[in-house]
Design a protein around this ligand. Structure first.
Ligand code: ADP
Ligand code: MG
Length: 291
């Protein structure tokens, strides 16, 4: 690699807030064949908001009050959206006891003597809860591209909370730009398959890997690397760090967590998904100059 080509490439990147950590990152950018993008906070804004509160057997405010008590104890972005929603409605929220976080699934706690389970379908199934009538409502929420958070109180399904996280303005254009470069685009997420599929279709992404547990993201990247394919992973969260490390090229969204930024090979300071395509183009231009 000629130092001049690397300097030019690094400079081009810096101008648009694409920080290459080293020369190898620049060279690898030229060879990427698959770009894996985390959904929440990368393709979407990462600003989830409650859009639906659907209940069965209990009053809406009562369900929200119990759920908010659990979610107030959690740092998950979905939990924060629910807590904020209850606060906006000025509901009296009790203190949760025996709070337990279930990574990639949800949370459980006791509130006012009730056992409250909040999370995805898998968590409620594990807790032996029959979704009953709410199963259909859950599917409707997911089919609309919203995340369906299920609630059970004392072992009975009590509600579905729909949460929307809007795509970033440039996500669809970013996918198109990557396709123009001949790169395959994959969405990777812990969210449920129906929600993920809907958002992926809207953005023009053809491959979706959904319902991936936080600890399994790196293994899914390794599978995509089979046959020596060069894989880039774009993410923002603590959850994403092992996958960023596993990928041939880890790209962190600048507005993301410190762990993601530290682990990555490239940092996108503007947090714009379009800059993923720019990263690859700068890499390719640099490589051409080195020959
Ligand atoms: P992501 O890959 O989108 O960051 P996670 O692995 O953190 O997702 O979580 C996967 C899924 O588990 C979420 O989409 C949600 O359905 C559920 N979940 C996790 N934590 C919570 C929580 N505190 N409250 C509600 N649902 C949760
Ligand atoms: Mg994320």
């Amino acid at each position: 690699a000629t130092p001049t080509a690397i300097m030019v490439g690094t400079g081009l990147g810096a101008k648009r807030g694409v920080l290459f950590k080293n020369a190898i990152a620049l060279e690898t950018s030229a060879r990427v064949q698959v770009v894996v993008m985390d959904k929440t906070g990368t393709l979407t804004k990462g600003e989830p908001e409650v859009t639906d509160v659907i209940v069965d057997g209990m009053a809406e405010d009562e369900v929200l009050r119990l759920v908010a008590a659990v979610e107030r104890e959690s740092e998950h972005p979905l939990a924060q959206a629910i807590a904020a929603h209850a606060e906006a409605r000025a509901l009296p929220v009790s203190r949760a006891e025996r709070f337990e976080n279930v990574p990639g699934h949800g949370a459980v706690a006791d509130v006012d003597g009730h056992r409250v389970v909040v999370g995805n379908r898998r968590l409620l199934e594990q807790e032996g809860v029959d979704l009953g009538k709410l199963a259909v409502r859950r599917d409707d929420v997911a089919a609309g591209g919203r995340t369906a958070v299920m609630v059970a109180v004392d072992g009975a399904a009590a509600g579905v909370i729909g949460i929307a996280d809007a795509p970033r303005e440039t996500s669809a254009a970013a996918v198109a730009a990557l396709h123009d470069l001949g790169v395959e685009v994959v969405m990777l997420t812990g969210d449920n398959a129906a929600t993920a599929q809907r958002i992926a279709r809207h953005l023009g992404i053809d491959t979706v890997i959904a319902e991936v547990l936080p600890g399994d993201k790196a293994a899914r990247i390794a599978e995509l690397q089979a046959g020596g394919r060069k894989v880039a992973m774009v993410g923002d969260g603590v959850n994403d760090a092992p996958a960023l490390a596993q990928a041939d090229l880890g790209i962190a969204i600048g507005a993301g967590t410190d762990v993601a930024i530290e682990t990555a090979d490239v940092v996108l300071m503007r947090s714009d998904p379009l800059d993923v395509a720019a990263t690859l183009r700068i890499g390719r231009a640099t490589l051409r100059k080195m020959r």
